[in-house]
Design a protein around this ligand. Sequence first.
Ligand code: NG1
Ligand code: ZN
Length: 567
Amino acid sequence: MEWDWEGFRHAAAAFPKPSGIDFSYGTAGFRLDASLLASTVFRAGVLAALRSLSMKSATGLVITASHNPASDNGVKLVDPGGGMLAMRWEPHANAMANASDEHALTEVVRKIIKEESIAFGDESCGKVLLARDTRPSGQILLAAASQGVAAVAGVAPVDMGILTTPQLHWMVCALNKDQPATEVNYYSHLSQAFRTLEQLRPDKSVRRSSLASESIIIDGANGVGALKLLQLQELLENLQFEVRNCGRAGEGGLNDGVGADFVQKEKAFPRNFDKSDALKKCASIDGDADRLVYFYFISSTISSPSTFNLLDGDKISALFARFIRNQLQSLVEDVEEKPIITTTLVAGYGDVRVGVVQTAYANGASTKYLQQELGLEVSLTSTGVKYLHEKASEYDIGIYFEANGHGTILFREEFLAFLRTKHMWGKPSIHRLLAVSEMINQAVGDALSGILMVEIVLMYLGWSIQDWNDIYADLPSKQLKVKVANRAAIRTTASETKVVYPSELQKAIDTEVGKYDGGRSFVRPSGTEDIVRIYAEATTQSTADALAQAVAFHVYRLAGGVGPQPS
Ligand code: NG1
Ligand code: ZN
């Protein structure tokens, strides 16, 4: 098939790059004010098409800016396995997004074709699945991305409509495994696995603690996830939830004082929740439904003040890790009586490696719980699920979560194949592990499958949200952000826990940390906003707040802060 370069240039010329902007593929793709994005999404469409040809499999592209304000938008690219675009291709994405015009873009594309040895066959052989969230700018941007895909010879764009980010990841993964891959298939797959797990519950008569409540109230962030939760609910007879912040008239705007990012960072109720919801089990998802946190509120009594309790990604991870560990333990006890510490020897398979992956934002108390209470291996990676996902895939069962609620449980294919061959053992834990691998999204963190998993584990344990919260007490922590003129002006070590440049900044942070008992603090430039993020932990909330404030002041002073100075 001949590449029609003239036609390509013509198509690209319809989406000129805005001048004076340096686009950068961040923590999770490109994200910016929607009015500036048409050229970038067209080019991302071209890139997704090239990636599809290069891998000879379908790829995906989602138009979303996740938890950012409604006026922003962005693009996330999905690799054939269902994960994020391979990091090795990110420089290609940057080079394309920043090409000055259609001629420069053509040169970049030619170079990528050569470097990646992309061959053009005689027939159409590429496919890119496209989806978008509910942002008003989504439709026009999706059309631009679709034209980008179609501009590549032999690649077909397929518009899957309005979806959550994890739904599109799931579909790309399923399609490339020749499995049914529609939205209906997604709901039936998840709900079927949930029902299987319900049936495999060991003691259905187990009494829930007195405060355990069957139902959940979910904050849908006024985004796409709310709509999809309502669809999922129709297939779940035994799980009741009320969805608030669905984007109905009067409920407010997308991510505006609502959603998982707001709840986790502010440690506060989202809109349309209040003290009348005291003691109820509440959850919050973000604007594209790939993050999940839980929360509940205890109203004040004469003896104690009211408290807002956040159960973040770390606590979700700890709950999942406990469940997985228990299932493996019963497998081992049934087979050959071995305790679990880091690896579990299962007859016929060998050591089953279970690991939990976190980032530096993980609360220190969660790491301690995972290591000391559960005896599990914990590894740390840089911020961004692409790093956590990669690390988690090294284990037979890898549990990964960012504190912000983005995460999942990955099962190694060889381990699942082993479990399938052992079906005849008739051990419930084998069937449970297999059902979990079907229910929890294997492609990417997914708030919808995360809710099902949390609920089933609580059901197994007979726990209320308070019982779950009590597994460990978070160390008091505080997150702040400082607006800077150029976020590239700060560089950190690979683990992101130390500033390398400007070096005086790290010295100032060390001095501040030294003033507080049990203090920990680090800063890093955001990969999604023009800000530097500050994290601080200490033994009391007021000292964590003070440490964060002091460090924010040094960031402002030494790293080119703009706008109001932190006090
Ligand atoms: P940045 O803006 O790079 O910190 C944020 C989150 C990441 C990840 C991405 C993608 C924090 C501290 N950072 O990245 O963990 O989720 O957004 O959405 O929550
Ligand atoms: Zn998101």
